[in-house]
Design a binder for this molecule. Structure first.
Ligand code: GLV
Ligand code: GLV
Length: 319
């Protein structure tokens, strides 16, 4: 019977599907495995269900052995997996596209609104007993309706954020992507611009690119200098897309107004100083954390593994 290793407890829907067909072992502890623990755990397995916190590289493929057929990542991003080594070892790699689009887009919009409306700061102010009188000029922030939303990366998630911004919040949409999407432009009344132009002209900038060598520190010191002093940056993609030292500087020197971040350069560590800034809202990489999305991700991972171990092409193979 084929063996499947699941590197953390995940919603049981996928685990149950896998248990119907295979010998399944789930990491009993809800903790990220060290490299050594991971290598030991995957020895002799035919499939690994990995999390975005598991670095799956050559060493892990070698430790698993030549029978390994598939690594199914419980995430849409797969920068944690060395896909080239996987291909050299004839291991298939899959991700979970499409099922977390709404969840992540909702989260990006939530961060946008939370930063603009100082929701976290205001909540803290009340809890700390500071609300003694109504303030005519307290907690002032930008209105959102009619402002310009700059979407960097117009994949599924970026498109959904643009749609919500445009139809739900009356925003004008600019976008940058490696390719222009004319159908989308008609649909959402979005305008394509080069990255620098998007940054110069947007009141809210939301990042939706995958982490690749070409997108590491895509938003750096020079890019912050182009942005409006009133701009709010939202990142729900991957931490290293934004140069965090440059971000802290930009926030401290009021080069930009604020930021909403779900991802960080060295998760779960935070860069010193970030959590001391009032004009940021921070969430612990929870953008896809809806019950619906996580169930669907679990199921999708299982379906990919079932296909691969039955000699079929998994539906969500990455290139
Ligand atoms: C989460 O960050 C994902 O890539 O699914
Ligand atoms: C990821 O699902 C994307 O295409 O944005």
């Amino acid at each position: 019977m084929s063996k499947v290793y699941i590197a953390r407890p995940i919603p049981e829907i996928g685990i149950n599907l896998l248990k119907e067909k295979f010998e399944v072992e789930v990491n009993p502890e809800n903790k990220v495995l060290s490299k050594e623990e991971l290598k030991e755990a995957v020895k002799g397995t035919d499939a690994i269900l990995s999390l975005l916190t598991d670095k799956i590289d050559r060493e892990v493929f070698d430790a698993a052995g030549n029978q390994l057929k598939i690594v199914a990542n419980y995430a849409v991003g797969f920068d944690n997996i060395d896909v080239e080594s996987a291909h050299q070892k004839n291991v298939m790699v899959t991700n979970t596209p499409g099922v977390l689009t709404e969840a992540v887009a909702e989260h990006a919009i939530t961060l946008m609104l939370s930063v603009a409306k100082s929701i976290i700061e205001a909540d803290k102010y009340i809890r700390e007993g500071e609300y003694k009188q109504w303030e005519p000029m307290g907690f002032l922030g930008p209105q959102i309706t009619g402002k310009t939303l700059g979407v960097v990366g117009l994949g599924r998630i970026g498109s959904m954020v643009a749609k919500i911004g445009h139809s739900g919040l009356g925003m004008n949409v600019l976008y940058y992507d490696v390719k222009k999407n004319e159908d989308f432009e008609k649909d959402v009344d979005a305008k394509f611009s080069e990255l620098d132009e998007v940054l110069k002209n947007s009141d809210f900038v939301s990042i939706h690119v995958p982490l690749l060598p070409s997108t590491k520190h895509l938003i750096n010191k020079e890019k912050f200098s182009l942005m409006k002093k009133t701009a709010i940056l939202i990142n729900t993609s991957r931490g290293p897309v934004v140069d965090e030292s440059a971000l802290i500087e930009a926030l401290k020197s009021k080069q930009i107004w604020g930021a909403g971040l779900d991802v960080f350069e060295n998760e779960p560590e935070l860069i010193p100083g970030l959590a001391d800034l009032p004009n940021v809202v921070l969430t612990p990489h929870t953008a896809s954390a809806t019950i619906e999305a996580r169930d669907a991700m679990s199921k999708m991972c299982a379906e990919n593994i079932i296909a691969a171990l039955s000699g079929q092409t998994p539906p969500n193979l990455v290139k």
